[in-house]
Ligand binder design. Structure first.
Ligand SMILES: Nc1ncnc2c1ncn2[C@@H]1O[C@H](COP(=O)(O)OP(=O)(O)OP(=O)(O)O)[C@@H](O)[C@H]1O
Ligand SMILES: CC(C)(CO)[C@@H](O)C(=O)NCCC(=O)O
Ligand SMILES: [K+]
Length: 254
């Protein structure tokens, strides 16, 4: 096997997340466009998606944290799976989510290592890599949306609450705001604590954020801890940057 050091001319990246599918359209190394779609109920071929290959025969590179969704792509021609084994970072553990690995690789490649990535997705994760591209570790907690839906679904009277547009009152005098306060102040205080601990060990680290809930989360962080928020770089495309690096350096039979 040899390592290619170039991208296909046109290609698609697909990150299968827990809530939805994230797509990136690339021309060589350039990310041209990203969009989201729902999870599939059947394989893309059964859905009549052969057009994806016939009309535009582009290579498709897939990374997934949802095994059942990945299964649906098994027989899809021109699809290549991006796996953790190929990820050029040290100290990985076998069950690390490929989304976390790709995000920290992508953000680090683009902005520099050490890198701490916050992924505000279905799950909220922190993933830290040092200057030698070794995984130091991270943390996983229920994401913002999951925390809101969990309290509503698992209690008799608590309502489903939408994310508030701005930081709520900490001391609330109504149920909806009390739920929002409890979840939001706890998450941002927790993040502040994790970031402070990380920066104590790796003072020169970059910190970046990605994921579907990063904008409301940054709004709350900005209001309460502007000095912490000011350290965090917005990198919605971090996972695709990571994919791009792995696609460029993929192995091909020599
Ligand atoms: N159309 C949408 N569908 C689902 N979630 C959405 C949508 N728009 C915004 N979101 C927010 O995005 C969050 C999920 O983030 P994201 O899409 O990054 O997660 P994901 O697909 O599960 O990826 P991961 O598994 O990596 O967390 C949800 O909590 C939700 O609040
Ligand atoms: C934590 C999630 C769900 C975040 O999408 C994903 O990265 C995952 O399934 N990870 C596996 C467990 C781990 O990363 O340790
Ligand atoms: K699970």
């Amino acid at each position: 096997m040899m390592k290619l050091r170039s991208h296909p001319r046109n290609w698609l990246g697909l990150m299968i997340g827990n809530s939805r599918l994230h797509w990136g359209k690339f021309q060589g190394e350039t990310l041209v466009e990203t969009w989201e779609t729902q999870h599939l109920n059947q394989s893309p071929l059964e859905m009549g998606w052969s057009w994806l290959n016939q009309i535009s025969p582009v290579p498709l590179f897939i990374a997934s944290v949802v095994p059942e969704q990945m299964q649906l792509w098994q027989n899809y021609p021109k699809a290549e799976i991006i796996t953790l084994e190929q990820l050029p970072l040290g100290g990985l553990y076998p069950t690390l989510g490929i989304d976390r690995g790709l995000a920290v690789l992508g953000a680090g490649n683009q902005l520099g290592f050490p890198m701490l990535v916050i992924d505000a997705g279905t799950a909220l994760t922190l993933t830290g890599v040092n200057q030698n591209r070794q995984l130091i570790g991270g943390a996983i907690l229920p994401g913002l949306g999951l925390q809101f839906s969990c309290v509503a679904n698992r209690t008799a009277t608590l309502p489903q609450v939408a994310f508030p547009e701005s930081l709520p009152q900490r001391w609330s005098l109504n149920t909806s705001e009390a739920i929002a306060s409890g979840i939001i102040y706890s998450i941002i205080a927790g993040l502040r604590e994790f970031i402070a601990a990380w920066c104590q060990e790796l003072p020169h680290s970059k910190i970046s954020i990605t994921g579907g809930d990063r904008i409301p989360l940054m709004t709350y962080l900005n209001s309460q801890y502007p000095e912490i928020a000011g350290l965090i770089l917005d990198t919605p495309e971090a996972i695709f940057w990571g994919m791009s690096a792995m696609v460029r350096d993929r192995n091909v039979p020599s």
